[in-house]
Design a protein around this ligand. Structure first.
Ligand code: NIG
Ligand code: FE
Length: 387
């Protein structure tokens, strides 16, 4: 059944051939959705016939957001750790072990139910495509379990057995790296991606190179958490291996930005993590000026960013990372799609998946201008109205 949306006051298509600027902006637009895809875009007064027609009353419409970095499946929470941090304690990644304990102790049903609630919250904020990582299991069986559960709630799944060295391997880290590259990776065959936390207190450059190379040999795409807490040289490795995306990048040099741009590695910024660890925000303008493709993601996790709102991420990116509203909205949609190497989402060109967000606002600017407001009026996923 085809659906025609008319009366769109402002439409961002993210397709420069369809409108102004890199966001492909149009006004008084209409959008035809058919068979789960975008079938036509044009002016309201030139719209074709459709089975159902709906006038959105001058509201703004954007492509569904693509959240390319979440740790959606976990047990427990770390509210006390957050409170202590807000009272002055630093973040060092040490709390990951407590989430590993809570996750291992939780049942499949409880983990899935909680992850579905978070996915629902993300959807309410406009997210239509979502990546989720393992990384709170850190044993062969529990990582395999988290990958299986993640596949039930996410569209892209990433193996993060190399999140940190678990407590029981503290004195034997080489053995743990060997396990990740061997048995654990074998059980991760269904995942799309492999990721490593390369940072102070987690893994080093050589360990990350070993693990990512093993993942590549097993057919997984590569991603990297790096430069969140310290600069250990992770960006050079990201460029050398040509990972799809290097994520966090709180501390980067100008030379790093050149490496990312030249290697075509997406920089995924996660300002929720700076918010929740009270860290300095990366200046996205530096990245953009150097020609780096920037994605924005929630990094939803119980330690550094218990955030389930992409509209909040956009507001933070605009206010704190100094992005323009258009750049932030592009990065939260098209940028996330590039970070996941998908061409069918993150834009509204003809043939794209019909992932469409109708805002309860006449202008897209409201996403940053009215932080905290509930601005998603309706959401279509593959052409199906979700609310
Ligand atoms: O992306 N940085 C590493 N991993 C997570 C945080 C993990 C945690 O503290 O539970 C992140 O921020
Ligand atoms: Fe993360």
């Amino acid at each position: 059944m085809s659906l025609l949306l008319t009366g769109i006051g402002e439409l961002l298509t993210n397709d420069p051939s369809l409108g102004a600027g890199r966001v492909g902006r149009r006004h008084d637009a209409a959008l035809l959705l058919d068979e789960g895809r975008v079938a036509w875009i044009g002016d309201t007064n030139a719209a074709p016939a459709a089975d159902v027609s709906h006038d959105v009353g001058g509201r703004a419409v954007v492509p569904g957001f693509v959240d390319s970095h979440t740790h959606l499946v976990f047990g427990g929470d770390r509210a006390d750790e957050f409170a202590a941090r807000m009272a002055g304690e630093p973040y060092d990644g040490g709390g990951i072990a407590s989430t590993v304990r809570a996750t291992r102790a939780a049942s499949d049903e409880d983990l899935l139910a909680a992850a579905r609630v978070r996915r629902g919250e993300l959807e309410r904020s406009g997210v239509t495509w979502l990546e989720a990582k393992s990384g709170y299991g850190l044993s062969v069986d529990s990582e395999a379990r988290l990958l299986r559960l993640s596949a039930e709630v996410a569209d892209d799944v990433t193996f993060l057995g190399a999140h940190v060295v678990p407590e029981e391997y503290r004195a034997r880290r080489e053995e743990y790296v060997h396990l990740v590259c061997g048995e654990m990776l074998e059980r991760a065959a269904g995942a799309n991606w492999i990721d490593v936390f390369l940072d102070r207190g987690a893994f080093g450059v050589e360990e990350a190179r070993t693990i990512l190379s093993a993942g590549r040999a097993a057919g997984l795409g590569l991603r990297l958490h790096t430069n969140q807490l310290a600069d250990l040289g992770g960006v050079r490795l990201a460029a050398e291996l040509g990972v799809a995306s290097a994520d966090h990048l709180t501390h980067v040099s100008d030379e790093d930005l050149g490496l990312l741009a030249d290697a075509g590695v997406v920089a995924t910024l996660v300002p929720g993590a700076e918010f929740s660890t009270r860290s300095p925000y990366p200046d996205a303008r530096r990245f953009l000026a150097r020609g780096v493709t920037v994605a924005l993601a929630t990094d939803c996790n119980p330690g550094t960013s218990y955030l389930t709102s992409m509209t909040m991420v956009i507001a933070l990116a605009v206010r704190e990372c100094r992005m323009s509203v258009d750049d932030a909205v592009w990065s939260a949609s098209a940028g996330g799609a590039v970070a996941l190497q998908r061409r069918d989402v993150g834009h509204l060109g003809v043939g794209a998946r019909a992932d469409v967000v109708v805002l309860d606002a006449p202008r897209v600017t409201h996403l940053a201008y009215r932080p905290g407001a509930s601005l998603v009026h309706a959401l279509y996923r593959g052409g199906e109205r979700r609310f």
